[in-house]
Ligand binder design. Structure first.
Ligand code: F6P
Length: 496
């Protein structure tokens, strides 16, 4: 149902510095500590009055009822007639869903043990092919946590561009490679083509039984078996786990294999802790809820069209692209859950990068551009490197100084050198980056997406917008698609 935004849009908008000056408790009021993560929303324009208005909106949109329906495994993805049971993967859904997820996790763990025991021969390299939700999550986990403890050399290849696979081929030994085919549907063209090419490379590289080295991660096990994977090496996950919410399921297999089961289990535990916080904490002290309130304040009251996340930690360099799918595929919708056109803005466009690199590339616009971009800094107190302390100190100092500068600004008689200030940011500070805190961080983003969607009144769990282009490419491949003059010309130039 579309929400009534009148009270929100009527909120006053004092400058950030005024908000601090008027409320000695502002920092405490807008900070939340949970699961080893510290959230500081004090440099956003949230006020007690704004939070109260959003709480009323949340009530009108039945946020607590919808949240319980999500956790109870009810059909919240109404356009596809499905539940969204990713929370059950971390032990937080309905009893039946949690039990079903545990059975599938046990199967995954047993297969990992068997691989470690040498059941598939010597495996040193893991070549995971998948795209979208079947790649971005595992890629983020392995990249963030596998730098020191990675037990296998893992390549996650998503693009159908053969250059991507060739890079992995150049690094890997085909006789010591495990092929992991990750696809919820097991029909995605790019993934299936990549998988076929890996099989060919393995065969040409001297592997006799190429299918004996394949693992499938899918919600459609029959299709994987039909394609040639032995049933014992198919790791299913529930159809009710959406692709972009699937890293907790068997889709996380390369991470569980490379980092070890205990690490994977810790990640689920950290996510579960965030789920419990989301479910049990009052809205005014609830991290995903406050983050969503700020998101909605900026899209509705300040007409922000984008928001940006900057990871001030090299290990989290893939976080912005992970968030792009999570947030934009979930909330980039133009109709309400009832099918009516959305009258207000949908969620903001998500973008971002890595600090400090981004400071020297895009921060000009953030400080002086005409677009208002709410910024989010993500940083970690414990350093990931072992170099002299100054590296990490400089990294964090920069993150904190950027937030302060965005808020404070600095007037100058020369307009080109003047900073308006009053530009919002929030900061997420992790005590340390480990499986638990990373799990909690990702679950925070998922629940924030859910709150945004509920308050806007849209379904975050479908993704019909991606279908049309896919269908047209498929039809063109089969020669059955009439195109416009421009597209026909491009095809002719490329294919003759
Ligand atoms: O095209 C979008 C999408 O359906 C995503 O939602 C999904 O994560 C991705 O493609 C991959 O799909 P699959 O896991 O079925 O191969």
């Amino acid at each position: 149902m579309a929400a009534d935004w009148t009270a929100i849009e009527g909120l006053p908008s004092p400058r950030l510095e005024t908000l601090f000056a008027e409320d000695a408790d502002r920092l405490a009021r807008f900070s939340v500590d949970v699961a080893g993560l510290h959230f500081d929303f004090s440099k956003t324009h949230l006020t007690e009055q704004a939070v109260a208005a959003f709480e009323a909106l949340a009530k009108a949109q039945d946020l607590s009822g919808k949240r319980e329906a999500l956790f109870a495994g009810e059909i919240v993805n109404t356009t596809e007639g499905r539940a969204a049971t990713h929370v059950a993967e971390r032990g937080e859904g309905s009893e039946d869903d949690v039990a079903a997820a545990r059975v599938l996790h046990a199967r995954m763990r047993a297969l990992i043990d068997a691989i470690e025991g040498g059941a598939l021969g010597e495996i040193r390299h893991v070549l995971h092919v998948g795209i979208g939700g079947s790649a971005l999550g595992p890629d983020l986990l392995v990249d963030a946590l596998g730098r020191e403890s990675g037990r296998y050399d893992v390549a996650i290849v998503s693009n159908v561009d053969g250059c991507a696979l060739e890079e992995a081929f150049a690094r890997f030994d085909p006789t010591a490679t495990l092929l992991v085919v990750a696809s919820k549907t097991f029909t995605t063209k790019e993934t299936m083509l990549n998988a076929e090419s890996v099989l060919q490379w393995m065969g040409e590289g001297g592997v006799d039984d190429v299918y004996g080295r394949v693992i499938a991660l899918t919600a459609d096990p029959d299709k994987a078996v039909e394609w040639g994977v032995d049933e014992t090496r198919v790791l299913p996950f529930a159809d009710s786990v959406g692709g972009r919410y699937s890293l907790w399921s068997s889709i996380g297999f390369p991470a569980a294999l490379a980092l070890g089961w205990d690490c994977f289990a810790d990640m689920l535990e950290g996510a579960g802790e965030m789920d419990r916080h989301f479910r049990q904490t009052s809205l005014a002290h609830n991290a995903p809820v406050l983050a969503a309130f700020a998101d909605l304040y900026y899209t509705h009251n300040r007409h922000a069209e984008t928001r940006a996340t900057f990871a001030y930690d090299e290990r989290l360099r893939l976080l912005p692209s992970y968030l792009q799918q999570l947030e934009m595929e979930s909330n980039g919708k133009g109709v309400t859950i009832d099918g009516a056109p959305l009258t207000g803005p949908s969620a903001a466009i998500t973008w971002g990068g890595v600090g400090t690199d981004a400071q020297h590339a895009v921060f000009q616009l953030l400080h002086q551009g005409t677009h208002l971009v709410p910024v989010e800094f993500v940083a970690v107190i414990e350093p990931g490197d072992t170099l002299a302390e100054d590296h990490h100190r400089q990294l964090l100092l920069n993150a904190f100084a950027q937030g302060a500068a965005l808020m404070k600004g600095r007037p100058n008689d020369d307009a080109a050198r003047s900073y308006s200030g009053d530009r919002p940011s929030s900061t997420i500070l992790l005590d340390d980056l480990d499986a638990r805190t990373l799990g909690a961080l990702i679950a925070f983003y998922e629940q924030r997406v859910f709150v945004n969607a509920t308050l806007i009144g849209i379904n975050p769990f479908d993704q019909f917008g991606v279908e049309l282009g896919k269908e047209m490419a498929k039809a063109a491949d089969a020669g059955g698609q009439e195109f416009d003059v421009s597209t026909t010309d491009l095809m002719k130039r490329a294919f003759g």
